[in-house]
Design a binder for this molecule. Sequence first.
Ligand code: ADP
Ligand code: MG
Length: 246
Amino acid sequence: MTSIDAVAHKYRVLNCGHLAHGLAALLSAAEANALSYLDLVEQLVDLELQGRETNRLAANLRKAGFPVIKRLEEFDDRHQTTITKRQVSQLLDLRFLEERANLVFIGPPGVGKTHLAVGIGLKALEAGYKVLFTTALALVETLELAELRGELKKKIAGLLKFDLPIIDELGYLPMNRQGLYNLFQLINGLYEYRSVILTTNKDFTNWGEFFRDENVAVPIVDRLIHHSHVFMLGGESYRLKQKIGN
Ligand code: ADP
Ligand code: MG
């Protein structure tokens, strides 16, 4: 007669750690509930599948590099009234991802742009998409480094593996010519192939000034706003409100 430990060991050999771990509990529950053989074998395989799914989501969450975890459920739509709850919930069917549409959140500091971007990113991640959060500054630095090493193409190909890149704080600092060119290469690769979420404090009409060069700004902006949902956020800074009290 074999033992649970011996069977669990065989499962481990097959890399079914979740199964090995939960075997004893599953077997006692199956006995207590007089489970059919078929139900039991299904529960066994589900245990392993669920465990793997949980691990995969945890790994994707690590790779996403969110600076903070901000959930849409924590977003107070009584404070932020320039975007409606309905507009936000409409995004959550994630159709924009299927349609390769971009989301652009424009507005002054503290109005919830990053919160919304992270919240939607988390929903996409939980739905199985691979998400990458980066600030525009960090992105440009990464691309610059890759370019210096002659690996810009490779780096961009790596970034295109994510289903949903989130570029936060575009336009906060001016960019040099090479930075702009590198960014353009990336945006070109993403265009009509991947959705992007962008947050920025600059209205599109001011982007020429930020990019310092209308000739590069126009095609970048063109690609970014083509097929995009643009949300102009306003109102008071939530941070400021928290500081001075209600
Ligand atoms: P922005 O990116 O527009 O500068 P953030 O999204 O970083 O602003 O918001 C600043 C802080 O205020 C964050 O901690 C964020 O979670 C919070 N916050 C902003 N707007 C709201 C809101 N409507 N409801 C709840 N928290 C908010
Ligand atoms: Mg922000």
